[in-house]
Ligand binder design. Structure first.
Ligand code: HEM
Length: 427
């Protein structure tokens, strides 16, 4: 058994490898893959990758990476691991930016359970269903009359921004301002996020203003519901609500942009799969099952947040010590050959694609239903508008977000919307 070495400890039985771990010879390195998107051949095939691998994060910290689907699910539901301990200043970290300890993602039960219960009420399937018509209308408007488009800047970004604005109740007139601030603060098109503190401050001020408005006039949107949500312990505190809105924006906006970009790249890389999806003769392949397969194949968030072991424990064949950190590779989980036959093949007709792309357990993605709906509608509208979709640049030459970003995705995706009949579709 091996474990990550810490200062003053004996060298581990098997040496730590760079993070993410290199793939076997002949395969792309995972570090490149994390940056470059849905390239299944970077993945080790067969059983050549261990279930738990010691890795060194970009921070220099030593972390255990869990690659198996079943073991990954187990970690994400195992209360011997703590999120709160993982955001402590001394805990091993994957990314240099430490998460807000007050954020939903940083809490353990019972604090997490209480907050999550309050928030769940605003993300019901009915609340998400009410957003679908608006998402479709926006998608259609963005594609109408075009023969060329950058699917990141002109489709995924405005579509996701409009959706998150509607969730948060941003007035229509402020959508462009809000989207601009969010883009700068998150570095979606610039790829730079450390140097955007001015934009982040401006965005935070705007969020405070939104919350104050929602408390005064709750309206019919989710932020209004959150601002007035209460249980026996009272309402969400101002700090809880501010952290939550920032999280919704971070977790909801750039993930949706990246996921749509990655998904379309995967489809352009497999034109026969795009044809299957876009052909009305095969309606059974589109859209929900196909969307699950695309989420499996091209997860926008390749790694879970880290968890820290509260006690010594055994995971698979590895002994983890109290205080050590574990990360689940959501990317590897979807390609586990024990769970998915022909895992490295993208197959939009796969009946039951299983994945951990939205995580699992208590911290499972709050916006999963919304994200699925948005991805499905965006693909449906794209397929209807442009069954002959083609890339305008070789996929090899696409620019990708930086590998250390939590969220992957192309920075730009120029395509030709062939098959589009400009202005003829009803909205
Ligand atoms: C394709 C898009 C998305 C993907 C792939 C995604 C992925 C994830 C993953 C993997 C986690 C869990 C991380 C962990 O436990 O380590 C998560 C949590 C979360 N996501 Fe998403 N997400 C997406 C979209 C959204 C959207 C649209 C929203 C909201 C508008 C959202 C809100 C959240 C929140 C609030 C959490 C934290 C939940 C908690 O800690 O209880 N996400 N997401």
């Amino acid at each position: 058994m091996s474990h990550p070495a810490r200062p003053g400890e004996a060298a581990p039985a098997s040496p730590c490898v760079p993070f993410p771990p290199p793939a076997p010879a002949g395969h792309l390195n995972l570090a490149q893959a994390a940056q470059r998107g849905p390239l299944p051949d970077f993945l080790p095939t067969g059983d050549s990758v261990a279930d738990v691998v010691p890795v060194v994060a970009p921070t220099g910290d030593h972390i255990w990476l869990v690659t198996g689907f079943d073991l990954g699910r187990k970690v994400l539901t195992d209360d011997r691991f703590s999120r709160a301990a993982a955001v402590a200043p001394t805990a091993p970290a994957i990314h240099p930016l430490r998460p807000d300890p007050a954020a939903l993602t940083s809490l353990d039960p019972p604090q997490h359970t209480r907050l999550r219960r309050l928030v769940n009420r605003s993300f019901t399937p009915q609340a998400v269903a009410r957003l679908e018509d608006g998402i479709r209308h926006t998608a259609r408007r963005l594609l109408a009359g075009r023969t060329r488009i950058d699917l990141v800047a002109q489709y995924a970004m405005p579509l996701s921004a409009t959706t998150i604005c509607r969730v948060l109740g941003v007035p229509e007139a402020d959508h462009a301002h809000f989207a601009g601030l969010a883009d700068q603060a998150l570095g979606i098109t610039t790829g730079i996020f450390e140097e955007q503190s001015l934009a982040r401050d401006a965005l935070r001020d705007y969020i405070r203003h939104l919350i104050a408005e929602a408390r005064r006039r709750p309206g019919g949107h989710m932020l209004g519901a959150l601002a007035t949500a209460h249980d026996e312990s009272g309402t969400l505190s101002h700090q809880e609500l501010t952290a939550l809105v920032e999280l919704l924006l971070n977790a909801g906006y750039e993930t949706s942009v990246g996921q749509l970009g990655l998904t379309v790249v995967a489809l352009l890389d497999h034109p026969e799969q795009w044809r299957l999806l876009a052909t009305a003769a095969h309606p059974e392949h589109a859209p929900s099952a196909a969307v699950e397969e695309l989420l499996r194949y091209a997860p926008v968030v390749p790694m879970s947040f880290s968890r820290v072991a509260r006690q010594d424990l055994v995971l698979g064949t590895v002994r983890i010590r109290a205080g050590e950190a574990v990360v689940v590779s959501l990317l590897h989980a979807g390609f586990d050959p024990r769970t998915h036959p022909n895992a490295s093949r993208l197959d939009v007709t796969r009946p039951h694609a299983r994945h951990l792309t939205f995580g699992h357990g208590a911290h499972t993605c709050l916006g999963a239903q919304l994200a699925r709906t948005q991805l499905r509608v965006a693909l449906e509208e794209l397929a209807a508008a442009a069954p002959g979709l083609t890339p305008r640049v070789p996929l090899r030459s696409l620019r990708w977000r930086r590998p250390e970003a939590v969220v992957r995705g192309p920075v730009a995706l120029p395509v030709t919307l062939s098959g589009n009949a400009p202005g003829t579709r009803a909205s």
